[in-house]
Design a protein around this ligand. Structure first.
Ligand SMILES: NC(=O)c1ccc[n+]([C@@H]2O[C@H](COP(=O)([O-])OP(=O)(O)OC[C@H]3O[C@@H](n4cnc5c(N)ncnc54)[C@H](O)[C@@H]3O)[C@@H](O)[C@H]2O)c1
Length: 264
């Protein structure tokens, strides 16, 4: 079993939502955290929120789509804390739209998901994760760190209408653990660095609370436990995945029994 106490977590998207909640869980269990976000203001709010653990927290502004930002972020974690033990690349966005939307009256397509709408989600949710994980894994290996790379997929990876961009990016997150675990295995590293993904259903963060109340009620009708997942419940799952060194190469769902797949 790995111990969280004195270990270092690097969390992107750490300025809010699930990332911030994971940071609180980590420092609350005696760990250290580098909080990473593109929004300086979010990082300041997060620092304020985690004030009582300030000596165990560092922050850095980084756009995960930028290669040199990602290298600097990983270097900073090593410089400040001497190790990276948990990599949680949780920065992510949604930009929902149907791929093509015909007009009700004419039957002709009047709206389309734009290239920018598609690409921006792929850039942050997929390429940003690749860069974060690559830069962190390099430093973990070079500094002889043991730990976990914990990606965040989603039940949307199984296909949600209106989320071709997001679902595609999150489907990729469910294959990363398999590929990376196989690569670490080939290189004799798999006993030391594991890779998994968590796949939440609907979690009560600003990303989901933006959904209009009527639509959210409809969603919750499909959730047997009858409520949103708490960010702290996702954080606790990540903690367990970190501690338990037999867990590797797979995706762990946390969705309250959600009836999976697009409802059409
Ligand atoms: N909320 C949910 O229901 C849910 C479900 C499944 C998966 N997820 C995933 O969990 C992760 C966190 O989601 P959340 O609900 O906490 O969202 P959130 O919007 O509360 O937090 C996301 C954070 O990412 C940051 N970010 C955005 N673009 C960035 C960039 N280019 N570089 C660095 N940081 C950037 C934002 O500033 C924000 O602080 C996302 O990857 C999301 O897809 C969320």
């Amino acid at each position: 079993m790995l111990e969280i106490r004195d270990s270092t977590a690097l969390i992107t998207g750490g300025g809010g939502g699930i990332g911030l909640c994971l940071a609180e869980y980590w420092v609350g269990n005696g760990g250290k955290v580098l909080l990473v976000d593109v929004a300086q203001q979010f990082l300041e709010n997060a620092q304020e929120h985690l004030h009582q653990w300030r000596q165990n927290i560092r922050t850095i502004v980084c756009d995960v789509t930028n290669e040199s930002d990602c290298a600097k972020m990983a270097d900073y974690a090593i410089r400040e804390f001497g190790a990276i033990n948990l990599v949680a690349p949780f920065a992510g966005i949604i930009r929902d739209a149907m791929m093509v939307s015909p007009d009700g009256a004419t039957g002709k397509v009047t709206r389309k998901m734009s290239l920018e709408q598609f690409q921006s989600v792929i850039d942050i949710n997929l390429t940003g994760v690749f860069l974060t994980v690559r830069e962190c894994a390099e430093r973990m290996i070079n500094n002889n760190c043991a730990g976990l790379i914990c990606l965040i997929s989603s039940t949307g990876s199984l296909g949600t209408a209106g989320q071709l961009n997001y679902s595609s990016s999150k489907a990729a997150m469910s294959v990363f653990p398999k590929v990376l675990t196989a690569e670490f295995f080939r290189r004799g590293l798999a006993g030391k660095i594991r890779c998994v993904a968590v796949a939440p259903g609907y979690v009560g963060t600003s990303m989901v609370r933006k959904i209009p109340p009527a639509a959210l009620d409809k969603i919750l009708e499909q959730v047997p436990i009858g409520r949103l997942i708490e960010p702290s419940e996702v954080a606790s799952l990540v903690g367990e995945l970190y501690r338990n060194e037999s867990l590797a190469g797979d995706v762990y769902y946390i969705h309250g029994g959600l009836r999976l797949g697009s409802r059409g």
